[in-house]
Design a protein around this ligand. Structure first.
Ligand SMILES: [Zn+2]
Length: 510
């Protein structure tokens, strides 16, 4: 079968555009949450509808014109619990079928997150890329693009010819990273250079929560700032640092550095330098904002003049893989005397899933009184479902994630209740519900570090160490499968072997 770009040797194909497939399944999923993720959560796009996920693929853009694109399946889910085997196999089957039917290819843009846990698998992305290789062959250039909170096993590195990840957390450079993965691949195919000659992979035994490794502050900032200069070196194509994902209990969960290029010595040296730089600053990573118990956080917020005082309800952050329906924090808030009266300090709570309450609210309508249960359908380990009794002040239908959103006013607290879980990250998420977070005294949101819009809005901010599937106190999680020793769980561990492992390409494996 004809595979790969033959333009170097075959004169008749000299001017043809490379044929590049697009595929990917992405999620960050916690094995410490009782939640499970099903296929519909991935909102899988098939064929041309995939282009609209990437502004750089709009008709007429430079990237779009450089290849004949073959979009297959792209599934992207909000973070959640472990993916069911049925959901995974179903999406893999569809992907492989489309890849098989539409080949051959010169390249594949493989768009992953990298922290997908699947029932029965220890390296889901490694399993996926191996199966993709079996279909498209080993000559095709695969360029893998990931989140820096993903994990890179040797298998994933072997089958990826180019592999990179974001360089910013929060991920303001997500699209830029994907575009880089694509242009690096296009450059290799157009120049006829093909696969990079060398890939240096260095596992770094560090496992930290994202809330400690933001690139907005040190030492993450300076560590990632080393990358652009490395990328400029002769013989180096790309360099990437993965922080790894701490809320899954798999042997692959740890930091990794990968550098790709054609100059063996530069690639090796660059990877080892980056890995050592990462190891050397390991003890300097701290939470990106003050951290306290919920009680302490509320005392600070109530005493503060700054508004809105944002409190991160961290332990159940759905965007890190929490179930998003833990009621522990909301129960504490509703029990506080300060918020019992309507004239108390205004507080917005975002958010709690509660289909029963949604149904009741739709029945009584805007301004009506409701009394129904909400929360703890998935994760009831820390508190049971809560009865919410109050006035319906907003109803909104049609959100992609939440389906239906309702605001219930209980004392001075406005509780956002959703049909399905949804992260509240944008100002519009609140204003669409007639809530004004800027004028609220306190905003409590299920999130870890604040995304840029909330960060800019904050009067002040504290991260509350609340319980849930993405508990920030990693010692409480009870790992069984991750490699040991691992920093910071094994605080006094010896310096690890940070020499670069040169990884063979898939076409050199047998
Ligand atoms: Zn991430």
């Amino acid at each position: 079968m004809l595979l790969g770009c033959k333009s170097k040797t075959d004169k008749t194909e000299e001017t043809r555009l490379p044929r590049i497939a697009i595929a990917g399944i992405g999620i960050e999923s916690s094995t410490f949450s009782p939640a499970q993720t099903h296929e519909e959560a991935f909102h899988a796009r098939i064929g041309d509808s995939i282009f609209s996920r990437y502004p750089f693929f709009n008709a007429g853009t430079a990237i779009r014109k450089r290849a004949e694109w073959v979009p297959t399946l792209l599934g992207k889910s909000l973070p959640g619990g472990i993916v069911t085997r049925e959901a995974y196999e179903s999406m893999v089957k569809k992907t492989l079928k489309m890849l098989k039917e539409n080949g051959p290819y010169d390249g594949l843009f493989f768009d992953l997150h990298g922290a997908m846990s699947v029932v029965g698998l220890q390296d889901a992305e490694g399993n996926l890329i191996k199966r993709v290789r079996e279909v498209i062959g080993t000559d095709v250039l695969i360029s893998t693009s990931m989140d820096l909170h993903g994990n890179v096993t040797k298998t994933l590195a072997e089958h990826s010819d180019l592999i990179t990840c974001y360089r910013m957390a929060p991920h303001e450079d997500a699209l830029e990273s994907k575009a880089r993965a694509i242009t690096n691949m296009l450059d290799r195919l157009e120049s006829g250079k093909g696969k990079p000659k060398f890939k240096a992979w260095v596992p770094v035994p560090i496992l930290l929560p994202g809330e400690k490794t933001s690139t907005r502050i040190e030492p993450g900032k300076s560590l990632y700032a080393k990358i652009p200069a490395i990328e400029q070196l002769e013989g180096v194509i790309d360099a990437a640092i993965w922080m790894g994902y701490p809320w899954a209990d798999e042997a692959r969960n740890h930091g990794v550095v990968v550098v790709t290029g054609d100059d063996k010595e530069q690639v090796t040296k660059a990877a080892e330098n980056l890995a050592k730089a990462y190891w050397d600053v390991r003890k300097e990573f701290e939470f990106v904002a003050p951290v306290a118990t919920l009680d302490e956080s509320l005392q600070l917020a109530l005493a503060s003049e700054a508004t809105p005082y944002i409190i991160s309800d961290m332990g159940d952050n759905p965007t890190a893989g929490g179930a998003g329906d833990v009621t522990w924090t909301l129960r504490e808030l509703l029990n506080r005397p300060e918020f019992k009266s309507e004239t108390g300090p205004s507080l917005i709570y975002a958010s709690i899933p509660g289909p029963e309450l949604i149904a009741a609210a739709l029945k009584v309508g805007l301004g009506g009184k409701v009394s129904a249960m909400a929360g703890a359908q998935v994760d009831d380990r820390f508190a049971p479902p809560l009865k919410l009794e109050g006035t319906v002040t907003a109803i909104r239908e049609g959100d992609r994630d939440a389906k239906v959103e309702v605001v219930v006013k209980i004392g001075s607290i406005s509780v956002i209740v959703t049909d399905k879980r949804k992260p509240y990250h944008q100002e519009a998420d609140f204003t669409d519900l007639d809530l004004n977070p800027r004028e609220s005294d306190i905003v409590v949101v299920k999130i870890g570090y604040l995304v840029p819009e909330l960060y800019e809005m904050r009067g002040d901010w504290i991260m509350a160490l609340t319980p849930g599937g993405v508990d920030q106190d990693l010692e409480r999680l009870g790992y069984e499968n991750i490699k040991r020793p691992m920093f910071p769980l094994d605080k006094d561990m010896k310096d690890p072997d940070l020499s670069a492992r040169l990884i063979k390409s898939s076409n050199q494996l047998n």
